[in-house]
Design a protein around this ligand. Sequence first.
Ligand SMILES: Cc1ncc(C[n+]2csc(CCO)c2C)c(N)n1
Length: 264
Amino acid sequence: MAKPLHFGAAFLYGRAGAPCLDFIENEAEVLSMACFTEELRRTADPIFTAIFAHPFVRGIAEGTLAKEQLIHYVKQDFEYLNAFIRVYGIAISKCEHRDAMALFNEQISFILDSETHPHQNFCDVAGVTYEELQGFSLAPSANHYVNHMLTVAHEGTREDIVAALLPCPWTYTEIGRRLLEEVKPEPSHPFYEWMHFYGDRESGITMQLRRLLDEWAEPLPAAHKQRLAEHFVTSCQLEYMFWDMAYKLEDWPAPVTEAEAVRA
Ligand SMILES: Cc1ncc(C[n+]2csc(CCO)c2C)c(N)n1
């Protein structure tokens, strides 16, 4: 039985003036930051650690993933990104100001135009085209993650949505940065492009979403902050489960063919 999440008073009410040094490299950033997302990161640290050690992530570092694992990941992630775009669309509909609308709009374009590169890297290594991996149905863990994000998007506020989206860029940026530091890949490494795509970007979108959530969460009542933390932690757990799904080629217990599914 999972224990209930407990967040300290500092987490719920903020720690006036306390600097948040642990996960931030730019000191100017520290001075202007509230500590809400720093506390989220600290709460989810065991999940981040488990993700860094996951055999799929280790397989990227060591270049040892099987063709089927790469294919399963890309099939599922293509559909996951479609849902992510829809969630940004719903977030735009709940924004009050142009700044946040513009940020979410830019991210939709980024997913459509650029987030395809790491997928292409996996396809090249697997020896398949990207097009042939599109349009597949969701495996259980990807289905769970997509449903979590879309439910929060439909039922929640703009703050709830950002809390549920944030683990996506945050975990990938940290994975990319760690792999670059650890592996220092040569261009001949099969996942050289993947590591640079996520590791090079100075965590731009992660910091922008954090700044937004820190600002938006600050005046919220404790119960709402607690809910934001639950959305964040659930998405972190589902990030882990997504890697696990790809590694284990997870599928439904008794898969049906498309034709049977239509008749059912
Ligand atoms: C399961 C899963 N989680 C995270 C990402 C990475 N990612 C997806 S969209 C995006 C940009 C956010 O604005 C980033 C960093 C992924 N591809 N698949």
